[in-house]
Design a binder for this molecule. Structure first.
Ligand SMILES: Nc1ccn([C@@H]2O[C@H](COP(=O)(O)OP(=O)(O)OP(=O)(O)O)[C@@H](O)[C@H]2O)c(=O)n1
Ligand SMILES: [Ca+2]
Length: 532
């Protein structure tokens, strides 16, 4: 390949060579073919741009290449009244103080009922957890087993057992403890959470996953209206208890026992939380049935508007008369079996549910029920567990309150045969109770918590947030592993990858602009013969 248009008779300095390369048109001859003439300055700029783009891609690939990240794992077992679930969480070790980095990577639902039902067969309580723990051994890399913490938190089912028979509760927990200790993980204990803890940790989980704790650096430069640094309230409906947790927009919470203070990521949160034991949906149904059976203590047959027309159920009264959950004015009945006949009537069901709440007194400026203070609900709420299961089944998770009421009304009015035909795949235990559960949720949220039609629109019924289940377990683990720092950890405004890429792009731009400027403003003539 040779150059034509200028011939060299003596060696050129690099400066002359550069001037020639960039401005004098050159015929590039390759073999006999003369390529199109064009100013080489475009060749130079094109060259730099291509190099720059390749550099960018290389940086992006290098930056985002997932080396075998140094991951950490955590395991939490949620021992609820109706079931136990095992959650496995994972996070990148180098980022553990950032918010939102912990992800749920697996969940295992334990076969059978909650551990509190094993009061008379405590060995089974521990044994029931083996299958999910064996699965966890496979899921967590072998070399991480030793360092992976395992926590078991028991909720309302065990609270009720402890109230009824403290010794049995201790035995169940010690069996569970022994089983979990036998695994190669870093076992951190099995304990019964208080209702307030259950509510507070559920609130932490929601706001952690939504990134609401991150005081982003940008708001300091941007007007607040672009960035809400508020938090979302948490509504949890279990089988034996229900929790409501939120930051009220009024300063004073009137009941000190319902206040939890958090100092997270450099910000103080004064949170209201209350847990209503016996008002999870299973126990609330029991309260209602007991209440109904008191109408006529001698008769053992009741017509129940919360069950579908044609539905019948026989209940052992001894089972209902669980010492811990009893309606106001309870008296023992003279018969042992209660026969229920469904009549399927929403309005009457709502009225019968009303009776399990005592709204006759309130020693505060505003109460939910049973004399419990409740500040006016405000802002957004995440409603999960049975709130979500029931509303999802009824297909009203996004519906306005009127539509929810209308849907429950229609569903309750269906006969039991129609319902079984329409939903063949749903467990009859769950299916038979959705009319009650839907009515109960409306009663609890609208009439007890005073979520008006407008405020109802701020309730988000959700099962997961970014693939992690909504619930107390993540918040519990974050707290016990100190992954929520009190102070806001320093975070660069830009991620490392963004920073490197921006640097690369700006350097390429600067070089290109320099070249274009140089070529444009100090345009050398074509070198005359005499220079060469
Ligand atoms: N897909 C599901 C799962 C559960 N449930 C019902 O929802 C209620 C609450 O379930 P859960 O949140 O698991 O309650 P627990 O955690 O077991 O109860 P608690 O928190 O009170 O200990 C129970 O009546 C359960 O039968 C349901 O209707 N549909
Ligand atoms: Ca629960």
């Amino acid at each position: 390949m040779g150059f034509r248009g200028s011939t060299f008779s003596k060696p050129l300095s690099w400066h002359q060579g550069f001037l020639i390369l960039q401005s004098c048109p050159i015929d590039v001859i390759s073999g006999t073919k003369v390529w199109k003439r064009f100013p080489p300055r475009y060749v130079i700029m094109g060259f730099f741009l291509i190099v720059g783009i390749i550099a960018l891609i290389a940086v992006a690939v290098a930056q985002n290449h997932h080396s075998t990240r140094n991951s950490k794992y955590g395991i939490v077992l949620d021992a609820g009244s109706s079931h136990t679930s095992l959650y496995i969480y994972e996070w990148p070790a180098e980022k553990e103080n950032d918010t939102g980095v912990v992800q749920q990577v697996d969940v295992c639902d334990v076969e059978g009922p909650g551990i509190s039902t094993y009061a008379n067969a405590v060995k089974k309580a521990g044994y029931s957890l083996k299958h999910c723990m064996d699965k966890a051994k496979e899921k967590v890399p072998l070399e991480k087993h030793q360092e992976t913490p395992v926590y078991l938190g028991a909720t309302a089912g065990m609270r009720l057992l402890r109230l009824a028979n403290e010794d049995a509760a201790k035995k169940v927990l010690s069996e569970v403890d022994m089983t979990l200790r036998s695994y190669p993980f870093n076992f951190q204990g099995a304990r019964i959470l208080s209702g307030e803890e259950e509510g507070a940790y559920g609130w932490i989980t929601l706001n952690y996953l939504l990134g609401n704790f991150k005081q982003s650096v940008w708001p300091q430069f941007m007007p607040r209206l672009f960035f809400s640094t508020g938090t979302i309230g948490a509504l949890d409906l279990g089988g034996a208890s229900t929790q409501i947790t939120f930051v009220p927009n009024q300063e004073s919470i009137e009941s000190p026992e319902d206040i939890v203070n958090f100092y997270l990521y450099g910000k103080n949160y004064t949170v209201y939380t209350h847990s209503f034991l016996c008002y999870g949906k299973d126990q609330a149904l029991r309260l209602k049935l007991l209440q109904d059976s008191l109408q006529d203590p001698l008769t053992s047959r009741v017509q129940d508007p919360c069950f579908h027309q044609g539905y019948e159920r026989t209940i052992d009264i001894a089972d209902l008369q669980n010492k811990s959950c009893r309606p106001p004015g309870f008296t023992m009945s003279s018969y042992s079996l209660l026969q229920i006949e469904g009549t399927g009537d929403y309005e009457k069901c709502l009225a019968s549910i009303d009776k399990i709440f005592n709204t006759s007194y309130c020693p505060y400026s505003s109460c939910s029920f049973n004399g419990i203070s409740l500040p006016p609900v405000s802002g957004n709420f995440g409603a999960f567990s049975a709130f979500y299961y029931v509303m999802k089944f009824l297909n009203v998770t996004q519906a306005p309150m009127d539509k929810v009421i209308e849907t429950v009304k229609i569903f309750c009015s269906k006969t039991w045969n129609e319902v079984k035909t329409e939903f063949p795949g749903i467990k009859e235990k769950y299916l038979s109770e959705y009319c009650f559960s839907g009515t109960y949720i409306i009663s609890l949220l609208n009439q007890r918590y005073n979520f008006t039609k407008e405020k109802w629109q701020n309730i988000h019924f959700l099962g997961k947030i970014r693939n992690s289940d909504a619930g107390w377990t993540l918040g519990y683990m974050l707290n016990l592993t100190n992954m929520i720092p009190a102070e806001q950890p320093y975070t660069r405004p830009l991620s490392h990858a963004t920073y490197i890429s921006l640097m690369a792009i700006s350097s390429i731009l600067v070089i290109s602009l320099f070249l274009i400027g140089y070529v444009t403003f100090c345009k050398p003539k074509c070198l005359k013969k005499e220079i060469i």
